[in-house]
Design a protein around this ligand. Structure first.
Ligand code: SF4
Length: 321
């Protein structure tokens, strides 16, 4: 695999979960709900279900809305649409052939989807000995830590938009107006002055670069640079060099091509929903969602494989005379 494409898509859990939660909530409010945690009240299937939930479906983070019957599901919504409980399926596909190399279930949020991507890339490398030279993805995979992992640890080209809050919207200079000099470990500001980690010998914070107050106070660009402080400061994260790599790639023609190729994975999810009719999950719990996603991806791969291996030549030519 020379090139990988990664993407996550949320799939709603069955609508009966919301209904069951609403019914249970009403029983709780009326004071006649069963205490499911009490072994004397819970029947065996309920006890087993709760034990399985605790073991494999522990909600990792406190969510604003928690399903009482499927606590590992994420409460989410598509832009402009109604909210629902869902799990995300994450695909790592080979960009050239469109084959799904790995699938991983996760919660529906950026951090979980990025974590699922790390799992898939490592697993594909361990299982098949395959590692992409470039990885194509959307902004969900453009966090600083994810880019740092891709570039510094895995040596994979990130064809991913950088998730960047360093640019300003108030008209003052953003990070991109300052030039980093890696050799000398300093920034140059638009007025050509230095921003250094420390102006004294003792370094306290190696990731903060400051201009000298002397330069800034006399600078004609001060109003456009740091109108509310004595001098300008730039904070550089440990992953900034990886982010610079991604920013440089984003200016290339290869990146434009990667953006166009992202639709390959969109088509797989559209196919899953429209042709295979998997518009929602049929069972509850993280492990069941994982199984459903794995089976669906397997079905998609088998369809693709059947098409690729289909006999295209006339049968008569294959029969020996
Ligand atoms: S205000 Fe300071 S950091 Fe900003 S452009 Fe002027 S000298 Fe450079």
């Amino acid at each position: 695999m020379a090139e990988g494409l990664v993407r996550g898509e949320g799939f709603a859990t069955d609508a009966s979960i919301i209904k069951a939660d609403a019914q249970r909530q009403r029983r709780v409010e009326n004071g006649d709900d069963i205490d499911w945690g009490d072994p004397a009240q819970a029947e065996r299937p309920v006890r087993e279900y709760l034990a399985a939930l605790e073991e494999t479906n522990d909600p990792k983070e406190s969510t604003r809305t928690l399903s009482l019957t499927d606590p590992a599901a994420t409460w989410t919504a598509a832009p402009g649409g109604p909210a629902f409980f869902a799990y995300s399926t994450n695909y790592l596909i080979d960009l050239e052939t469109g084959i799904i190399l790995d699938v991983e279930a996760s919660a529906v949020n950026k951090a979980a989807q990025a974590e699922a991507t790390r799992t898939m890339i490592d697993r594909v490398e361990e299982t098949f000995g395959l590692k992409p030279e470039r990885l194509v993805g959307d902004t969900n995979y453009g966090s600083a830590s994810m880019l740092g992992w891709l570039v510094d640890e895995k040596h994979i080209e990130p064809h991913v938009p950088v998730f960047d809050k360093s640019e300003r919207t108030d008209g003052t200079f953003g990070r991109s107006d300052f030039t980093y000099d890696a050799e000398n470990n300093h920034y140059l500001c638009p007025a050509g002055k230095l921003l250094k980690t420390s102006w004294r010998t003792q370094k306290k914070d190696p990731l903060s670069y400051r201009a000298s107050q002397f330069d800034c106070q006399a600078c004609p660009l001060k109003e456009k640079c740091c109108p509310n402080s004595l001098s300008r400061k730039i904070v550089r994260t440990p992953f900034e060099s990886a982010r610079d790599v991604a920013r440089a790639i984003a200016k290339t023609d290869a990146y434009k091509q990667s953006r166009r190729e992202r639709k390959k994975v969109e088509m797989l999810f559209a196919h899953l929903k429209r042709i295979l009719k998997m518009d929602k999950l049929r069972s509850r719990g993280f492990s069941n969602a994982k199984d459903e996603f794995l089976l669906a991806a397997t079905a998609q791969n088998l369809r693709r494989m059947a098409k690729r291996l289909a006999i295209t030549e006339p049968v008569t030519q294959l029969i020996p005379a």
